[in-house]
Design a protein around this ligand. Sequence first.
Ligand code: TYD
Ligand code: MG
Length: 471
Amino acid sequence: MAKNIPSFICQNCGAVYGRWQGKCDSCSEWNTIAEEGAATQPRMPGRAPRKGRVFALEPLAGQAHEAPRLPSGLPELDRVTGGGFVRGSVLLMAGDPGIGKSTLLIQAAAALARTGHRAVYVSGEEAVAQVRLRAERLGLTDAAVELAAETAVEDIIATLSEGKTPRLVIIDSIQTMWTDAVESAPGTVTQVRASAQALIRFAKRSGAAAILVGHVTKDGQIAGPRVVEHMVDAVLSFEGDGAHQFRILRAVKNRFGPTDEIGVFEMTGAGLKEVPNPSELFISERDLGSPGTAVFAGIEGTRPLLVEIQALVAPTSLGTPRRAVVGWDQSRLSMVLAVLEAHCGIKLGGHDVYLNVAGGLRIQEPAADLAAAAALVSSLAGASLPREAVYFGEVSLSGAIRPVAQAAARLKEAAKLGFTRAFAPETAHGETGPDAGFAITAIDSLTELVAGIAVAGSRTRGPARIARQDG
Ligand code: TYD
Ligand code: MG
């Protein structure tokens, strides 16, 4: 008989501790550890251990069935999943509350239902009337989506097992679900895991594709989606911020497809609209040509994407100058600043530095180094960069600019949007340029970039304001 040992579980990452502590050693979050009673022991009163069933082992070679895909009817969503929902697979849709997960999924369910498939939407957060109201606003009431407001996992599975198996089941959200199998309260790590486990078993058995919604939580009140990440087949993260209407859907894990694709949506009054040509969104005509703005020719997954990088370098009034960055990696900014100081003689110790990626996008590519450096130097010098130019290249610690992958695709996208120049590492030269009217300036080192910007600045508005360490 198992003893009732209380266990303390981190609600963020699921690490188990014997006693309470303020900080989780595993994920370094504070105040996320909560007591969950003896909940880790499943309730099986007086049952004898089951005798194992013998099953057949299979060879590695054999008939492999292509995962049968079901396109959702939303091409941007399909791009991220790798071509549609896979039968019997479970997908976790994680995101901040209010980002638009429910909106996207009711749209996906409706699109699927319109193609004649059975789609079921189970809401544990909203009443049926609320979901209907939203569907009405989105103009989806003609789609044959089946709705329920339920939170008991056993009831949901019993209902879904009746009649024709649904092709798509949406559980909104996994944190509101509870199962009889464990005793802890809904929203705890144990409940969330057990409920997810039961729903995953149902999906595998029935062949239905299931989507679990998981709210990203900032404090330890309810378990975060990370505690089920390892159980599901794919994890999609829905990102964006309240100030922008753009939403980015990103695959964090995908057993059946790529993990580097992004889907771009725009939140409008009539729901989420797909953005088939996102480069146009992330560049604002008004900012181009003002000091501190550079256009980065990036790649997200297989798709080239032009993004505007904005920098502001201003004398500081603080003892320790500020370094603030939105949409890019803080440590990469520090690195680029260090290289500028060490190899280009640019003194930034007395300046605050702000770097922002326009449109709420988050860039992870090192290829953005050159564009970030160009924006920083341009702001410091008060010299605008050429309006018609894009930048890409990775900065190494020696100050050299290293070549990056898929230069041709980047250049093609730039040409498509009307840009006529690129500042890029040498090898981009060798790649076939988009056409005759497109000029590629090879940049070998950061010093070369800085010199170019300083010269352009002095031509337009007198001596550039770049402070040299050694005069
Ligand atoms: P929702 O899908 O409920 O977010 P989540 O399920 O991730 O918590 O979306 C919430 C926000 O989206 C809400 O603040 C209002 C906004 N919204 C629109 O701007 N337009 C719309 O058509 C809809 C349905 C929602
Ligand atoms: Mg919701």
